[in-house]
Design a binder for this molecule. Structure first.
Ligand SMILES: [Mn+2]
Length: 374
């Protein structure tokens, strides 16, 4: 399938931004092994997304860009990555690629420390030392940071992923009954994402009912939905590589007063934090707005995780919205705002919206009815 002109231009712009960063940092070569960055900068949509995956590595130098991948993917890579020379090879086996790349002898190459395991690091460092007298160091910048600001076409893909996720959640609640298990609900959503046109779920769907909702990242189990439960569902479809991330807490009435209270506190904390979103604001300040509100209501120690994160090709990416984040919000970023309160052995609430930072403030991408009582 030939690339559209708009896709080529987008890839060209991303590569330019990366090359500018290399120049700024005086980097002569960078090995990119994160699946998301590989796709972002080259266009190559490998199906393999595991941490130890081996489906391809980008080698970017100021003069030339290479995509080292094996024969399973060379044809697809050549079609999808117009600005990269595709080399049939395996990263750890230097003889397959060292003669085909142009690297400056005696210089330095860098890697993404979060995305190169120790065994692969050792092999690659040895190849670079022996063949090129090149030293191998962690990159002084994160190539993933350049993904934080989204283009309008990326925001469209995120919006489609979000619409699919909302549709699946609405379908779920129109079809299931009391007595459904967490696992059944999660399986339904995962199937429905695909049926609605998504690649599939972008991460493992979380469904936690009743007391289990006190576990922020519970694995769906055999617990059945009952009256009096609050049910946390955290899920997201992936569409053309881009993720949605939604958390809803469904209230199966009648609820007790403590349940209504924590629901109200989380909802208000979320409202207040979202209203603060604008270019130039510190992510840590946004986090503080929600965190201080929850603490003032007496639930500070029951909100342990960060307030939110960027969403794109990866479900969790820059900017992080947390107490110790140094990120400053910029126009075009897509971030979640997801405060929660978790009371051990009793239950919990988490609400998550996906918000885009706009020129003057923010825009909430979610279109569904945010609050549910049954
Ligand atoms: Mn999230």
């Amino acid at each position: 399938m030939a690339l559209k002109q708009t896709q080529r231009l987008a890839l060209e712009a991303r590569l330019k931004a990366l090359l500018a960063k290399l120049e700024e940092k005086k980097i002569k070569a960078i090995f990119i092994t994160s699946p998301e960055n590989r796709r972002y900068y080259s266009g190559f949509t490998s199906p393999d997304h595991s941490m130890v995956e081996s489906s391809g590595t980008l080698l970017v130098t100021p003069q030339k860009q290479y995509l080292i991948t094996d024969s399973r993917f060379t044809l697809a890579a050549a079609q999808e990555a117009p600005y990269f020379e595709v080399i049939d090879g395996v990263l750890e086996r230097g003889q397959s690629w060292v003669k085909k790349v142009d690297l400056e002898k005696g210089s330095q190459a860098v890697f993404e420390p979060g995305y190169l395991n120790y065994a692969r690091f050792m092999s690659l460092a040895k190849i670079l030392r022996n063949e090129f007298k090149i030293s191998f160091k962690p990159s002084p910048f994160d190539p993933g940071e350049l993904r934080a600001r989204k283009s309008p076409s990326e925001l469209k893909l995120i919006a489609v992923a979000l619409t699919i996720t909302e549709k699946a959640l609405a379908n779920l609640w129109s079809e299931i009954e009391l007595g459904t298990t967490e696992k059944e609900a999660a399986d339904y959503l995962d199937r429905d994402f695909k049926q609605l046109g998504a690649d599939g779920p972008g991460f493992e769907t979380i469904v936690a009912a009743g007391a289990r909702a006190a576990l922020p990242h519970a694995r769906p189990g055999s617990k059945r939905f009952e009256r009096g439960d609050m049910v946390i569902i955290d899920c997201g479809a992936r569409y053309q590589g881009y993720n949605a991330d939604i958390t809803r807490t469904y209230c199966l009435e009648p609820l007790k007063d403590w349940q209504k209270e924590i629901y109200g506190v989380v909802r208000e904390a979320q409202n207040l934090a979202i209203k603060e979103i604008a270019p130039g604001r510190l992510a840590s300040q946004i986090d503080a707005v929600a965190r201080n509100y929850i603490a003032a209501a007496g639930y500070g120690k029951y909100f342990g995780h960060s307030l939110g994160h960027g969403v794109g090709l990866d479900v969790h990416e820059e900017p992080r919205i947390s107490e110790n984040s140094r990120a400053c919000l910029e126009e075009g970023q897509a971030v979640t705002i997801e405060p929660g309160i978790y009371l051990p052995n009793r239950g919990g609430v988490r609400l998550e919206q996906l918000v885009v930072v706009t020129q003057n403030g923010y825009k909430i991408l979610n279109k569904d009815n945010h609050f549910y009582y049954f």
